[in-house]
Design a protein around this ligand. Structure first.
Ligand code: GLN
Length: 342
């Protein structure tokens, strides 16, 4: 009996020692409007001159987006927005759409559907990897890379292609609290060049890890990636996750709060593809990037930071957006595991 009690309290002591309280190092509720405003402007000023990287070119139209565009925005869980630079410019959401469609699957079918039918492991490989499909028995591996995101589109409950698309767009609208639209010229350009994603869709189908017709799924996935957003809208999408799944502008619940941690966990391990470790090391925030130049990062329970700039690094991540977000996260001390200063 005594032995049992001792073991129990020892186990409790170990458990509490291991317990990591997110944001224990800084209470972001203490951050006031002036500080948010100042840090956003500071991040913008600090990196506006940075010219490293280049626009994505495997989707031809993306080479025509002015490379110097740069915008930074924070949206808080009470719906306030702080911004600097080109924050009203519409760019294609690309892979930043992926966590939101994964959220839709969680909402419709529960997080287990994502875990079992797609996967939740990082690939350690580029976003468009075909090798990952051959290497891992899950095939799709996780919903942040193309294979998993294409599988996610095929999983959305719908009776027709039109309905599948409407469900996905409505969900993106709900996260943004805005009426979003496809940028038709982006869709046309990407669909024409979509041989790699077509290969992925067909491979998934071959392995019974696609849950619909490959070509139909590819069209809807490409549409999803071609949706236009602004940095401000992206920040609100992230803030909906920061706010436990309720859009801070509209008050609409988009995702059950119990599913938010699972989604953020997948973003943390795979949101930056083969740079996810580097990103968590540097910034410590669950995030998602896209080849349109957008990135959104979530400070759970508090706010979201979004940035946009078209020039990318080798992994397909926007260099200025990364630097700006990292700067803000560091200055505000909101990294999940403590303050990661730049
Ligand atoms: N639509 C792009 C693709 O499928 C998205 C990739 C990305 O943003 N990393 O290739």
């Amino acid at each position: 009996m005594l032995h049992k009690t001792v073991c129990k309290s020892a186990a409790l002591a170990v458990a509490s020692a291991l317990l990591v309280v997110p944001n224990a190092f800084a209470d972001a509720t203490d951050i006031g409007p002036a500080q948010f405003e100042a840090v956003v402007q500071e991040a913008y000023d600090k990196y506006k001159g940075l010219r490293e990287g280049k626009n994505a070119d495997y989707i031809p139209i993306l080479t025509t987006v002015p490379s110097d565009l740069f915008g930074v925005a924070i949206a808080t869980r009470d719906g306030k927005i702080y911004s600097a630079g080109d924050v009203d410019y519409k760019f294609s959401i690309q892979s930043v759409s992926k966590p939101f469609t994964a959220a839709l699957i969680m909402q419709q079918q529960g997080p287990e559907a994502v875990r079992k039918k797609i996967g939740v492991e990082p690939t350690g490989l580029p976003f468009n990897s075909k090798i990952a499909l051959e290497l891992y028995p899950e095939r799709s591996v996780n919903p942040m890379v193309n294979a998993g995101a294409i599988a996610a589109v095929s999983l959305v409950k719908a009776d027709s292609e039109k309905q599948r698309w409407q469900e996905i767009l409505q969900n993106l609208d709900d996260f943004a609290g805005a009426d979003l639209n496809v940028m038709q010229e982006v869709y046309d350009s990407e669909y024409k060049a979509a041989w790699s994603n077509r290969g992925i869709a067909n491979l998934l189908y071959n392995y019974e890890r696609l849950y619909g017709d490959p070509e139909e799924t590819l069209r809807v996935y490409t549409k999803q990636c071609s949706v236009g957003v602004t940095a401000k809208e992206l920040a609100v999408m992230g803030a909906t996750l920061a706010n436990g799944g309720v859009n801070p502008l509209t008050g609409k619940r988009v995702l059950d709060s119990s599913h938010v941690p699972e989604l953020l966990a997948i973003m943390a391990v795979a949101g930056f593809y083969d740079e996810s470790g580097e990103w968590m090391f540097n910034a410590g925030l669950p995030s998602k990037t896209g080849v349109g130049g957008g990135i959104v990062s979530v400070v759970p329970g508090k706010f979201a930071i979004a940035a946009f700039s078209p020039r990318l690094n080798e992994a397909g991540n926007s260099i200025r957006a990364m630097r700006a977000i990292r700067h803000i996260a560091g200055e505000l001390g909101v990294g999940l595991y403590g303050s990661n200063r730049e």
